[in-house]
Design a protein around this ligand. Structure first.
Ligand SMILES: Nc1ncnc2c1ncn2[C@@H]1O[C@H](COP(=O)(O)OP(=O)(O)OP(=O)(O)O)[C@@H](O)[C@H]1O
Length: 732
């Protein structure tokens, strides 16, 4: 709907748009760039910003694929904007909710800009920075910008922050919405006090194809909106005539039907999670083996957040094999989670298959549990997925749900901030000097109970103290909390590293936390599962999955003393993914740097893995489960029934007490990344916590407090891994 302040420029032709004048950004773009709607309206963008020069925030909305992410930042580097920015200095941060988008878009824009990646155009994602002080356009994950804000919350380094894909309402984007609002007010004050050199005003630009414009405008007090019309290429939408029971099976049928019947063009399939994707890739490869020779030109590539940067980039870039040059070519099928949902262009993709589902975090403050669940997506997300087709040519999107179903979905996703454990982000916010986190101007305020739960958790972890002053909750980070905030990991793992000082095993904990922050080091090829399992057996441990990771790391490190060739041979013999280990090594080096910088004692326990488990127990005591006499497991704090995940090395040994890294709900509530601990250890650090939690649960049961579920557990939550395959012979 049109709203006041929204500009609909008159349709322009390419020729008009490219007429150079002093008011129009210089046009040295390629023809492909010039054809993009955003480039055709470059002079309107300039006019819009000039008109609203004094506004700290502006909004640009245009269709998916029209050129917001790649073109707007480039246009803004033009010298005609010197006046707008208050001088020639230009540094623009463009945030993305996901790593793969930040890296792939930066790579593309560097090419278009004609520079080496990491120079004028760069990126910064967790554990990987390709930028330098001269970088003008820095694509970065929203999480990285929040991290930078920890040391400079006014973001003085930047003239402009572009919050891209703002519709997605990722946790960090929401923090940045509030933070940039505060920073822009403060910087304006500095500027007006003539401190112009020190701090230019901060400009904020919000972009998306599918944002809730009215709400954004309200939050920003009537921010002006520029709507850029125009599409790149049409995308035909096809719905299912009736609901499907098993979307992975239906997706597979659709893939092979497209391959058989439709024109060349790559296929992007949206599923929900790593296991489901790997399983579909495996089954597809199996089916592909029995295709007639003339149809054998098909390859399957997984894409999910846990893959290394390199593996992700391979999935999203056009390989020589899948280049469509007019001849019968290899058809690439990318099977992805929602990491490919926004911003990125995967060259060659003509068909999108959308399962209509994604794995979301759901947090219940009553139990303190954050669980990953498969849920239906929102309409905005469905449109973003559709938008991955039609970027280089006309496309088709197959929606594996009915139109009637789609029409009932919410328009926008539930913001992550309302559905996740807030402790990590709260620690960052407090470290920025925000002492009253409950009064932080969140775009959508998390329930007070949820915020309080996060503050409590951080207090239990020893990261902060809290007190009530004049009716406000005031928090202060402890010395340990300040250190914990330095590590780019969940505070509970930062606490494990800090506890390792007392047990003299910081080196080992750095390894484990780095390995947990990277993808699995194990390879399990379908064709040689038994051989792989036998090879992995030598790293096994009856102390838990963390010690297994440590064993792999130690074997890897010993191998590294030999030469590269020997290292490769070792990895291949042992079904180990060397790349993932190398990534873990990089992460480890960064964590170690934090220790060196902060003078955290670095010690090793050698073979004494009890020290390692003890450190883990002291960081993860809030995630502990114990065995009951009947062999089942419950969580120690809130007495929830859980199941040990079959992939854990402790699945068969059924220990009396464990701490765990993740909870995942499929048909059952599973705990994963298990470590064997003594009940006494967790009691020693968590006794008061357990008492408090049990008391709280008892009060709730007695109905003394109100309901605490943060998000109503709504929508279908079945996980495809648990659903029996149903026949769907033709879906398109
Ligand atoms: N890596 C790439 N390879 C080929 N073409 C690309 C690539 N990246 C971008 N493009 C082209 O640039 C166009 C604009 O992409 P861009 O990401 O800037 O659009 P957008 O408006 O930000 O889309 P979205 O809202 O989906 O993020 C794409 O439609 C595509 O034609």
């Amino acid at each position: 709907m049109m709203s006041p302040g929204m500009v609909f420029p008159a349709k322009r032709t390419t020729a008009q748009a490219n007429t150079p004048d002093a008011e129009t950004p210089a046009n040295n773009r390629t023809t492909a760039q010039q054809l993009l709607p955003v480039q055709q309206y470059a002079s309107e963008v300039a006019e819009f910003l000039r008109t609203h020069k004094s506004a700290s925030v502006v909004i640009i909305v245009s269709d998916t694929g029209s050129g917001k992410t790649t073109q707007i930042p480039q246009i803004l580097t033009d010298k005609i904007f010197d006046d707008y920015f208050g001088g020639p200095k230009r540094k623009i941060a463009v945030t993305q909710p996901r790593r793969v988008a930040a890296v792939s878009v930066a790579t593309r824009v560097a090419q278009e800009f004609g520079c080496k990646l990491g120079e004028e155009v760069g990126y910064s994602v967790r554990f990987d920075d390709m930028s330098n002080p001269q970088t003008k356009i820095k694509y970065m994950t929203d999480g990285m910008l929040v991290r930078e804000a920890q040391t400079a919350w006014m973001l003085e380094e930047y003239n402009m922050i572009i919050l891209d894909e703002v519709h997605e309402r990722s946790l960090h984007t929401d923090v940045l919405l509030a933070l940039t609002k505060k920073a822009s007010v403060r910087r304006r004050k500095f500027f007006d006090r003539q401190d112009k050199e020190a701090c230019a005003p901060l400009k904020i630009l919000l972009m998306s194809a599918t944002m809730d414009i009215e709400r954004m405008r309200t939050f920003w007090k009537d921010a002006p909106v520029l709507y850029i019309p125009g599409k790149t290429f049409p995308v035909t939408i096809k719905y299912m005539p009736a609901p499907v029971d098993d979307y992975t099976h239906t997706a597979m049928v659709a893939v092979f039907q497209i391959h058989r019947e439709e024109d060349p063009g790559d296929i992007l399939v949206f599923l929900t999670g790593q296991e489901e994707i790997e399983e579909m890739v495996r089954r597809c490869r199996q089916v592909a083996k029995s295709l007639p020779p003339q149809q054998a030109n098909i390859q399957f590539v997984p894409l999910y957040a846990g893959l290394t940067n390199e593996a992700q980039m391979r999935a999203v870039s056009q390989t020589a094999a899948s280049a469509h040059n007019g001849h019968a070519t290899m058809r690439k099928v990318i099977i992805s989670t929602n990491v490919a949902e926004t911003s990125i262009t995967i060259p060659g993709v003509k068909y999108v298959i959308d399962s209509g589902r994604a794995k979301h975090k759901v947090f219940t403050s009553a139990t303190g549990m954050e669980v990953l669940k498969v849920e239906k997506i929102s309409q905005a997300q469905a449109w973003q997925r559709t938008g991955r087709a039609g970027r280089e040519q006309a496309g088709v999107c197959y929606r594996l749900y009915t139109e009637a179903d789609f029409n009932c979905w919410p328009q926008h996703p539930i913001p992550e901030i309302l559905r996740c454990n807030l402790s990590t982000v709260l620690l960052q916010v407090v470290e920025m000097g925000i002492e009253k986190p409950l009064a932080f101007p969140f775009f959508d305020r998390p329930e007070e109970e949820n915020l309080q739960a996060a503050v409590d958790q951080l207090e239990w972890l020893g990261a902060l103290t809290q007190k009530v002053e004049s009716g406000d909750l005031v928090v202060e980070t402890t010395a340990d909390g300040k250190l914990m905030a330095q590590f780019p990991v969940d505070p509970k793992y930062a606490r494990c590293i800090l506890r390792a000082r007392a047990h003299r095993c910081t080196e080992e904990l750095l390894t484990i936390v780095a390995m947990l922050s990277s993808d699995s080091p194990f390879i399990n090829p379908a064709a040689s599962r038994t051989a792989a399992a036998a090879a992995h057996e030598k790293f096994s441990s009856n102390e838990g999955d963390h010690v297994v990771l440590l064993n792999v790391w130690r074997a890897f490190r010993d191998q590294k003393k030999g030469n590269v060739k020997a290292s490769r041979a070792w990895a291949s013999q042992n079904y180990i993914n060397l790349r993932n280990l190398e990534r873990a090594e990089k992460v480890r080096n960064q964590l170690r740097e934090v220790c060196v910088r902060k003078k955290i004692d670095l010690s090793s326990c050698g073979g004494n893995t009890t020290a390692v488990r003890r450190s883990l127990s002291e960081g993860l005591f809030m995630s502990a489960a114990e065995r009951l006499p009947d062999g089942s497991y419950i969580t120690v704090d809130t007495r929830q029934t859980v199941f040990l995940h079959p992939a854990s090395c402790l699945f068969k040994t059924k220990p009396a007490c464990v701490v765990y890294g993740t909870l995942i709900r499929t048909a059952k509530l599973y705990v994963r990344e298990l470590c064997l601990v003594e009940a006494d250890w967790i009691d020693a650090v968590g006794k008061e916590y357990f008492l408090a939690m049990r008391q709280r649960m008892a009060e709730k049961l007695a109905g003394k407090t109100t309901s605490a579920a943060v998000v109503a557990e709504k929508g279908e939550t079945s996980d495809a891994m648990e659903v029996d395959g149903k026949n769907a012979d033709s879906v398109i």
